[in-house]
Design a protein around this ligand. Structure first.
Ligand code: ADP
Length: 397
């Protein structure tokens, strides 16, 4: 079964075709600047990269162009669109309407439109893309795989905000969590590695956006992101946890509109706000060159993560494994080092030498043999989770 995986953003569209026989990636790519001058498609097949510029005004144009490329003689991996047996769409969130991936029908599209209030940047574009795809490929089944549903096993004590209860009832204001496909993928791999279903682990997805999840026996019981991806850790451009009264001062005293203040917390804060760069490699580079703000930024980054690790240790009553994934978690030895320093009292005997030696993006064990807690690096594969869920649901349809 060949599955097309689609991950749409407001002006972008990432895609992969995965052959589920052997879970083989056939090609991948990204369409960028949809609706803007200079829109283009970058297509990767067998380690060759192609950049093709093309005017694309909306997601329908982008999908049509992408399908032309996928079936073309020069860049294609399929002869005909009908070779695609199912399409898996990444969708930001399901609200409380679904607690797992679903086959897309009119009701699912309606629910996605309704839930756009929780993700006004992503959800409208993702729903547009689902509709466009349904029109272009009406006979091919589609599945929605949500970023939050892995966290739907959280108990109310973890997901409720202590705000008036009717605001939860009327608006479903609560913690949902994100990066669910990544936390699911790496926690399942870690369970296989540990060789036992009964396990307590903390999965750390550290990238531009970052989140931690506490996973007990394969089920999430808490996670650091909230109603939106803004809550939790210090990220590339997001503040993470903050006293909401900061907004009051930004609005009343700095003279920002509420939208400007929220934009600042989402896009101008985090690493960027503290030291002027949002890429973790640049933060490290500046810190190593003696930049005090960048050093502070690294310090704040590891401190916040340690606080979450400590609190998850406490609620789980112990820990079998910590798993690192995402651009920083998989690739940055210094990122992992600053987090792991000083956690011996939790039974973590981290192998700093092995950490230093680790080549980019590889599965690795980074604990010493004597360590009570295993420390693993597991490269994530969110698209594969989407493809697996899609295959499963389409097979059982
Ligand atoms: P996204 O959340 O957009 O999917 P990624 O998971 O790709 O992001 O992570 C991007 C982050 O990973 C950036 O901050 C980048 O600096 C960091 N990163 C990527 N490669 C490396 C590397 N080799 N060393 C250190 N950091 C890296």
């Amino acid at each position: 079964m060949k599955i097309l995986v689609i991950n749409a953003g407001s002006s972008s569209l990432k895609y992969q075709i995965i052959d589920m026989k052997g879970e083989k990636l056939l090609c991948k790519g990204i369409v960028e600047r949809i609706g803007f001058p200079g829109s283009m498609l970058e297509h990767k097949i067998r380690d060759e990269k192609y950049k093709i510029t093309q005017k694309m005004d909306n997601h329908t144009d982008a999908l049509n162009f992408m399908l032309n490329i996928l079936t073309s003689k020069e860049y294609g991996v399929i002869k005909d669109v009908n070779e695609i047996e199912a399409v898996g769409h990444r969708v930001l969130m399901s609200g409380e309407d679904f607690d797992s991936s679903v086959v897309i029908d009119d009701n699912v599209i309606k629910v996605c439109r309704k839930n756009s209030i929780y993700g006004p940047l992503h959800m409208p574009a993702q729903t547009d893309c689902i509709e466009a795809c349904g029109q272009i490929m009406p006979d091919i089944p589609m599945v929605a795989v949500f970023d939050n549903t892995f966290h739907s096993t959280m108990p109310p004590k973890a997901f409720m905000y202590a705000i008036p209860y009717e605001d939860y009832q009327n608006y479903k204001l609560r913690k949902y969590g994100f990066h669910g496909t990544s936390h699911k993928y790496v926690s399942q791999k870690a369970i296989k590695y540990l060789g036992k279903e009964n396990s307590r682990m903390i999965t750390c997805h550290l990238g531009n956006g970052s989140s931690l999840a506490a996973v007990v026996n394969g089920k999430c019981i808490d996670t650091s992101m909230g109603l939106t991806p803004l809550e939790g850790l210090i990220m590339g451009t997001r503040s993470g946890d903050i006293d909401p009264m900061v907004l009051d001062l930004l609005v009343k005293h700095k003279g920002m509109s509420l939208d400007e203040a929220l934009d600042s917390l989402n896009k101008k804060s985090g690493f960027l706000g503290i030291c002027g760069v949002n890429d973790f490699r640049d933060v490290v580079h500046l810190a190593e060159g003696g930049n005090k703000r960048a050093a502070l930024c690294l310090d704040m980054f590891q401190y916040r993560i340690k606080k979450y690790i400590g609190s998850y240790y406490a609620i789980m009553g112990g820990l079998d494994a910590i798993v690192f994934t995402g651009g920083i978690g998989e690739n940055s030895a210094i990122g992992r080092k600053v987090i792991m320093e000083g956690l011996e009292h939790l039974g973590i005997d981290f192998d700093f030498e092995a950490n230093n030696q680790l080549k980019k993006g590889k599965f690795a064990e980074l604990h010493k043999p004597s360590s009570k807690v295993k420390v693993l690096v597991i490269p994530t594969n969110e698209e594969l989770v989407i493809a697996r869920d899609t295959q499963e649901l389409v097979k059982n349809k």
